[in-house]
Design a protein around this ligand. Structure first.
Ligand code: ASP
Length: 341
């Protein structure tokens, strides 16, 4: 009798363990390629196909990592973001937007949800992959964030690929800067009342920041974000992307988040961390927490979106702009890519 009871207990523990292991094996990745006034009517079929293909290549790069035995979410998000940095369609790495002075100043951040380690760089101009630089800061320095010339020197010492700043140039982004400069001078010509509507134009000064969040087979979360920031930015302006907790965050206890949009509002809202906080302290679901944060950004007058993932592989991707380039890939390789609302 006692023996059969014991046997039952052992068998049921076995089942529970098996179930837990089976549950942990979910690995999922979500990515974004920026939020903004992305309208179907302004898009040609071939451009839309190019964006979708770019997103797909990034998802596949991340998935290749997650698929492997021991493949971890940090390597996956870095791999996905690197693909997007190399794609000139997106505002990160090659194809980054220009500053007022005609330069490309790049920002990136990465975070490990298991250890809460984080690394970030801001205002760098000659490191081919800013996300690699952020990862190096996290793993090979006692610091979390490095900026400008110092960050570039560190990246060089770490053996990362250094390029001539002209590598980041694209004609489209250069033309975007000329348009923004023209709008700026128009703004200074307008009288005070008319100027109050000018901030609206800033909404179109950013597009195509990239980011990735993932959960791996071990249940570890990670987030990575990389951007050129906002077109026509001045005075060493830095947005939310490289600020841990604002544009990028990961904690195994709750969620991994990567944001895109009007960075000043995401910084003021501590947006990425706010998703985690609403889940941890408020008991909100990932969907409710993520939606509430984007609503708050909207209430403040900002716009943008975010991607979020938890250990169960649940994904939330709210945004309050016309569109957000986004996609997911599940363990079985199912890819879902969306652009518009
Ligand atoms: N959040 C970025 C920034 O403000 C821009 C973007 O997401 O497109 O620098």
């Amino acid at each position: 009798m006692i023996l059969s009871k014991l046997l039952l207990i052992v068998v049921s523990i076995g089942f529970t363990l098996q179930f837990a292991v089976a549950q942990q094996q979910t690995y999922v990745m979500a990515i974004h390629g920026g939020a903004g006034t992305i309208l179907k009517k302004n898009m040609t079929d071939s451009l839309e196909a190019a964006y979708k293909d770019g997103l797909k290549q990034a998802l596949l790069a991340g998935h290749r990592v997650l698929q492997q035995e021991g493949g971890n979410s940090l390597d996956a998000v870095e791999a996905a973001v690197k693909v997007l940095e190399e794609n000139p369609l997106f505002n990160a790495g090659k194809g980054a937007v220009f500053t007022h002075d005609g330069k490309n100043e790049l920002d990136a951040a990465i975070m490990d949800g298991k250890t809460l380690s984080a690394g970030a760089v801001a205002g760098i101009t000659n490191v081919k992959s800013p996300i690699e630089a952020a990862r190096a800061v996290m793993q090979h320095s006692p610091h979390v964030m490095m900026v400008g010339a110092g960050a570039e020197q560190f990246a060089k010492e770490q053996g990362l690929e250094i390029v001539d700043p002209s590598y980041f140039y694209t004609k489209e982004r250069w033309q975007g800067l000329q348009k923004a400069r023209a709008l700026d001078s128009l703004a200074t010509q307008l009288d005070h009342d008319e100027q109050s509507s000018i901030p609206e134009v800033y909404k179109d000064y950013k597009y195509g920041t990239v980011g990735a969040v993932a959960v791996d087979r071990a249940g570890n979360l990670a987030a990575a974000t990389s951007t050129g920031g906002m077109t026509n930015k001045r005075y060493g302006r830095v947005g939310d992307a490289p600020i841990t907790g604002a544009g990028n965050y990961a904690d195994n206890k709750t969620v991994a988040v990567s944001c895109t949009g009007w960075g000043e509002f995401f910084i003021r809202s501590v947006a990425a961390y706010d998703v985690a906080a609403r889940m941890q302290y408020g008991g909100l679901s990932i969907a409710a927490a993520a939606t509430a944060v984007i609503k708050k950004i909207g209430d403040l007058g900002g716009d943008g979106g975010l991607i979020a993932i938890n250990q169960n592989g649940e994904v939330a991707m709210p945004f309050n702009t016309a569109g957000m380039y986004r996609g997911t890939i599940k363990a079985d390789g199912t890819v879902d890519i969306q652009i518009y609302k």
